[in-house]
Design a protein around this ligand. Structure first.
Ligand code: GTP
Length: 377
């Protein structure tokens, strides 16, 4: 029963929209696949030339050339769209569908001329495997499952049509391609299913790895890596909406002393207590990040004045909400200091904002801590 729950949980996580960092990495993968696709498509242009040079008919050469040009044009379009992937979340699914369908189309053309060539071709059939495996580079398990199901459905349909339309068993026998066995065709479908499952698991593991590297284990908050990746995006978003973005650098007061007097476990709990409070008081569009040690960053899509009011309210709330420590129920009163910087007035990059916020944080520490500063005097 527990195993079933675990499997269901893994499947629902696999089918969920990946985290924004994973999607960003996947967008890089999409661009890489788009470049490779264009390279392979350019190689297809050589085939009609080779066909005519080796005595092929003009009609089939022209048809082959038209097909190769169409594939090249579409590959170029996918490359252009992949350069700005955040605007096209559907792109991995459309391009994956394109890759799989091109393989089916080529197999269909081969089968039309000579059924065993379409059903027993190894090289072209392996391109299904490539199309499915390339989805792992997108870091999105949903694209892998989509590619696999589409390949199985299309190849299954092709198999059914070719076998049903073969008027005699001899049509499925070839001296070059061997005999079309239904058993081995079924094995091909099973292989596609296994490949899909393996690729989806690889994509899922990649997502987990990226998520773990972007999140802090103690508090579960996004970490510095997350902020480095997402900071520019948050700033660009605020700029495009012509609104301010405030960054509050928060530092717990006296964590070293708490560690020494109460132990590291109590120190950990003190950190989590502050995080819980800030989380509870965060508003729509806010982001809370643990930079490292006892330093947190609250990103708020608000002007400095509002951000100061909210952080100061959180500071006052913390001083009135003690942490219960030890078996005896002793209370530990905590406080934090914070420096706030706001874009665009204090800087246009996350690094500038953090530098300015850090200067104000140090000022509040110099003034005895338990204070939020949003302006230089
Ligand atoms: N328990 C615990 N302690 C940590 C963690 N990360 C960093 N620390 C400790 O936090 C302390 C931070 O020291 P300081 O930067 O001097 O800050 P402080 O002791 O809070 O003093 P002020 O900031 O000046 O008030 C160090 O003693 C670190 O060892 C953590 O995850 N858990």
């Amino acid at each position: 029963m527990q195993g079933l729950h675990g499997l269901r949980g893994t499947l629902s996580r696999l089918m969920a929209r990946p985290d924004s960092i994973v999607l960003e990495l996947g967008a890089g993968g999409e661009l890489l696949v788009a470049r490779l696709r264009l390279l392979f498509a350019a190689l297809l242009l050589v085939l009609p030339v080779a066909n005519i040079l080796t005595g092929g008919g003009l009609g089939e050469t022209l048809a082959g050339l038209a097909g190769a040009i169409l594939i090249n044009l579409l590959s170029l379009l996918w490359l252009l769209l992949a350069r700005d992937p955040r605007r096209y979340p559907w792109l991995p699914f459309v391009t994956t569908g394109f890759d799989v369908s091109v393989v089916t189309l080529v197999l269909g053309l081969l089968a039309w001329q000579h059924p065993p060539a379409g059903l027993n071709s190894t090289v072209v059939w392996c391109c299904y495997a490539l199309a499915i495996m390339f989805t792992a580079l997108r870091g999105d398990g949903r694209a892998s499952v989509f590619a696999g199901l589409l390949a199985i459905l299309q190849y299954g349909a092709l198999l059914a049509v070719v076998v049903a339309s073969a008027d005699s068993p001899e049509r499925l026998i070839s001296s070059d391609y061997g005999v079309v066995h239904l058993g081995s065709q079924f094995q091909r479908l099973v292989l596609l299913a296994i490949l899909t499952a393996v690729t989806a698991v690889i994509a899922f593991r990649t997502q987990q790895l990226v998520l773990t590297s972007g999140h802090d284990r103690l508090t579960g908050l996004p970490n510095r890596t997350w902020l480095v990746h997402q900071g520019p995006q948050l700033l660009a978003q605020a700029r495009s909406q012509e609104c301010s973005l405030s960054v509050a650098l928060v530092n717990l007061d006296g964590l070293g002393r708490i560690n020494q007097q109460e132990g590291e476990h109590a120190g950990d709990r003190a950190l989590c207590h502050v995080v819980e409070l800030l989380r509870g008081m965060s508003g729509r569009g806010d982001r809370l990040v643990r930079l490292g040690g006892d330093e947190l960053v609250a990103v708020m899509p608000q002007p400095a004045g509002t951000a100061w009011e909210r952080m100061d309210a959180a500071r006052r709330e913390l001083t009135s909400r003690p942490l219960v420590v030890g078996r005896g129920g002793g209370r530990m009163y905590l406080s934090f200091s914070a420096g706030i910087a706001c874009s665009p007035a204090d800087g246009l990059s996350m690094a500038d904002l953090l530098r300015r916020a850090d200067r104000r944080l140090r000022q509040s520490k110099l003034e005895g801590g338990n204070k939020v500063i949003a302006r230089d005097d």
